[in-house]
Design a protein around this ligand. Structure first.
Ligand SMILES: [Zn+2]
Length: 532
């Protein structure tokens, strides 16, 4: 018995040492103002982490350094972090606390191929020629989540606030590739509310049915290799890919207008005098509902089967990923909107405004500077984009927060001009504002159980308006972690020379030797450099 008594006594002593009686929690308004002070104190750090992630320039499923940095940061703040979730090495879940409510924060962190660009440079100015870069600004997302998560943890400890905070990191968003698998692995079960973040040019949120459902598929053909000079001895897999594309292009006239099909030839042969025995076409199908996109995809399948028949090659199919549309929760969006209005836009400095005007002049866009007003709450319209976060919106009450971390005026993303803004003081200020909205919204949910009940009831009604969600990812599919392995390997060593150490004494600008703000150019130099 003795050892048991000793252990129990020790456990009690340890528990008392680790968890001193918490101070009675002040009201939500005071908690929020305390959270804002904590976030402001940590803002420079989060800005530096964002710049470091920008400098890593990692694309989908290759976000190894990014995840190491995020893991280290959240672990040292007291979160337990699990990487490699749902079979993807760079997917993670970080948890703190226990019990109800279970509040989720989520975002992605991948870059874009061939989008390398020096921040603040107003012409096409690659850090490493041909390399990937953050040409959409996803580098800002994790610091926005972490800023909130760290402040919330501190407040939970101090005041013994209830509930569990879970931070979710979904890799390879640009390939729509991770969140569907995370959903199917059950990682979002029991989540009471989920806030996702995405870089934008202003602060706002929306709700309702939006975006397109999407299916990402590889159709691979196997033919017979032969010498190009005696090509009749072979059967070309590349021909099959080309015939699939021709059939799909004819089909475009006979699909209803919101539908979209995009493609690249992922494998197309090595040289003209070798008949390619292997070729792969990679396609995204998009449509307004999961049901519509599945029908469209089945029509596409006929094109691929027909091409295999015509070329006497063998077809194999791999659905890499798929997602339903977005279905954002109105009641949660209303709660988040109140905090958006409470916090407001960042306090831009004259330098920030000069940077924005310089960028806009260089891109030949309206010279409007940085917005100073938040967006009103919107019912979302159905746009052409898609994200794998779509599947998550059907699992728990969900909203997406857009936060201002780049000036308006760049192209919409997936382009070097979109990498001019997201590693600058504008981004750093936007990140802090996003963290504040997240923290304030979760404080509301931790201190007002009635608000959470309203949100959850609203979610049930919202789901009842649509067919029941069912994953479009086949049960035997595995995450496409092969994507981008070669592309990233080509540039890793060259990019390493430009990796920014967030603990260094220098800012990222000092490290890169660029100045802020850039001078306002006399002409549309950025636009001209894009046309060359
Ligand atoms: Zn994005």
């Amino acid at each position: 018995m003795k050892p048991i008594i000793f252990t129990t006594a020790l456990a009690l002593i340890t528990a008392c040492t680790l968890a001193p009686p918490a101070i009675a929690a002040p009201n939500a308004a005071k908690l929020k103002s305390e959270a804002f002070t904590l976030i402001d104190a940590n803002a420079d750090r989060m800005g530096r982490l964002s710049d470091a992630i920008f400098s890593y320039s990692e694309i989908g499923f290759q976000e190894v350094k990014t995840i190491a940095l995020v893991k280290k940061t959240l672990e040292s703040a007291g979160y337990s972090v699990q990487t490699g979730v749902a079979g993807m090495p760079t997917a993670y879940m970080a948890k703190y606390g226990s019990g109800s409510p279970v509040l989720g924060l989520m975002s992605d962190f991948d870059g874009v191929p061939t989008a390398s660009q020096k921040p603040t440079s107003l012409v096409h100015d690659e850090i490493v020629p041909g390399a990937p870069g953050h040409g959409e600004g996803h580098n800002t997302h994790q610091p926005a989540l972490m800023g909130a998560a760290i402040a919330l943890k501190q407040l939970k400890d101090k005041y013994n606030l209830p509930g569990t905070i879970i931070v979710y990191g979904g890799p390879a968003e640009e390939q729509i590739a991770s969140r569907g698998y995370m959903v199917n692995a059950g990682l979002f079960k029991g989540v009471d509310a989920m806030i996702d973040v995405h870089i934008g040019t202003t602060l706002g949120t929306s709700y309702g049915y939006s975006n397109n459902a999407i299916i990402s598929v590889e159709w691979s053909f196997k033919g017979k290799q032969a010498h190009g000079a005696t090509a009749w001895q072979g059967r070309s897999a590349l021909d099959a890919v080309e015939l699939t594309d021709i059939a799909l292009n004819y089909m475009r006239e006979h699909i209803d207008p919101p539908a979209r099909i995009h493609n690249v030839i992922a494998v197309g042969g090595k040289q003209p005098n070798v008949v390619p025995a292997e070729a792969t076409g990679w396609y995204y199908f998009r449509h307004t509902t999961a049901q519509n996109v599945w029908q469209l995809f089945e029509r596409g399948r006929k094109a691929a089967r027909g091409a295999a028949l015509q070329t006497e090659t063998e077809l194999s199919e791999r659905i890499l990923a798929a997602s339903w549309t977005f279905n954002g929760n109105q009641q949660l969006a209303e709660l988040v909107q109140k905090n958006i209005e409470l916090i407001g836009m960042p306090q831009w400095t004259p330098d920030d405004q000069q940077f924005a005007r310089a960028l806009q002049t260089s891109m030949d866009e309206p010279v409007v500077g940085l917005p100073t007003k938040v967006e009103p709450l919107k019912k979302a319209a159905q746009a052409t984009g898609s994200s794998d976060a779509g599947d998550v919106t059907w699992q728990a009450p969900y909203v997406r927060l857009a936060f201002p971390a780049k000036p308006p005026g760049a192209l919409a993303g997936h382009h070097w001009s979109s990498a001019i803004g997201p590693a600058t003081p504008v981004a750093h200020k936007g990140i802090a504002v996003a963290s504040k909205v997240l923290a304030a919204s979760f404080i509301d949910l931790m201190t007002n159980p009635a608000a959470l009940t309203t949100i959850k009831n609203g979610f049930q009604k919202q789901l009842a308006e649509y067919p029941k969600w069912k994953s479009m990812i086949p049960p035997n599919a595995t995450p496409a972690t092969h994507l981008n392995v070669r592309e990233m390997a080509k540039y890793r060593a060259a990019l390493e020379k430009y990796e920014y150490d967030p603990d260094s004494g220098k800012t990222y600008f000092e490290f890169l030797g660029v100045s802020y703000p850039p001078a306002i150019p006399g002409s549309a130099i950025g636009k001209a450099s894009n046309e060359k």
